[in-house]
Write a protein that binds this ligand. Structure first.
Ligand code: PRP
Length: 190
């Protein structure tokens, strides 16, 4: 285990089992529809990479990126596109893929925006759901694990852009995020 963690919440094996379960469910729903999976950069990259290989039907994938100014700004609804998908989603079956749904503000913004583009269907698949932190009423259609309100890193999740490549998901020691700063801002997100 990485020395900055106090415990591992989900091992690589547990994550793989969750991804396999989600992949099978998604394959059953989208068989024959050539769905478009859209990963939200950067956190969802690791999950999306494994997920698409667990969905054993033809599919396409793409990415979007939204601004992340930290909690205060996000709460005011100021989420903006940094990178959009490179194709029309009109008439498509779209699956938005997230690593974690926390306050739900990112997802609310993305769903509202994508809906205006006329997808045939639009659903959300997240690896982790942290409902205790929710500020808007949003429930993912597919969820790997419900997680407690603790600072989680690994498997795409970061603190100050670190720990994303850990193969498991763990709880960061409080002394790490209390003394560290991210461009001058203390992040207390996860
Ligand atoms: C994280 C995560 C979601 C969002 C969830 O991304 O990947 O996109 O925050 O938080 P919310 O429900 O409170 O809106 P972050 O902004 O940290 O960027 P990253 O994916 O590049 O790590």
């Amino acid at each position: 285990m990485h020395q900055d963690l106090e415990e591992i919440l989900f091992s690589a094996e547990e994550i793989a089992a969750g991804v396999k379960r989600l992949g099978a469910a998604l394959a059953a729903e989208y068989r024959g529809s050539d769905p478009l999976f859209i990963g939200v950069l950067k956190g969802a990259v690791v999950f999306l990479s494994d997920l698409i290989r667990a969905v054993e039907i033809p599919l396409h994938y793409d990415f979007i990126a939204v601004s992340s100014y930290g909690k205060a700004t996000k709460s005011s609804g100021q989420v903006q596109f940094l990178k959009d998908v490179g194709q029309s989603i009109e008439g498509r079956d779209v699956v938005l893929v997230e690593d974690i749904v926390d306050t739900g503000l990112t997802l609310k913004y993305l769903l509202e925006n994508l809906r205006t583009r006329g997808p045939r269907t639009l659903k959300v698949c997240t690896l982790l759901d942290k409902p205790e932190r929710r500020q808007v009423e949003i429930k993912p259609d597919y969820n790997g694990f419900v997680v407690p309100d603790r600072f989680l890193v690994g498997y795409g999740l970061d603190f100050a852009d670190r720990y994303r490549n850990l193969p498991y998901i763990g709880v960061l020691k409080p002394e790490i995020y209390r003394v560290s700063s991210n461009h001058g801002k203390i992040r207390t997100k996860y």
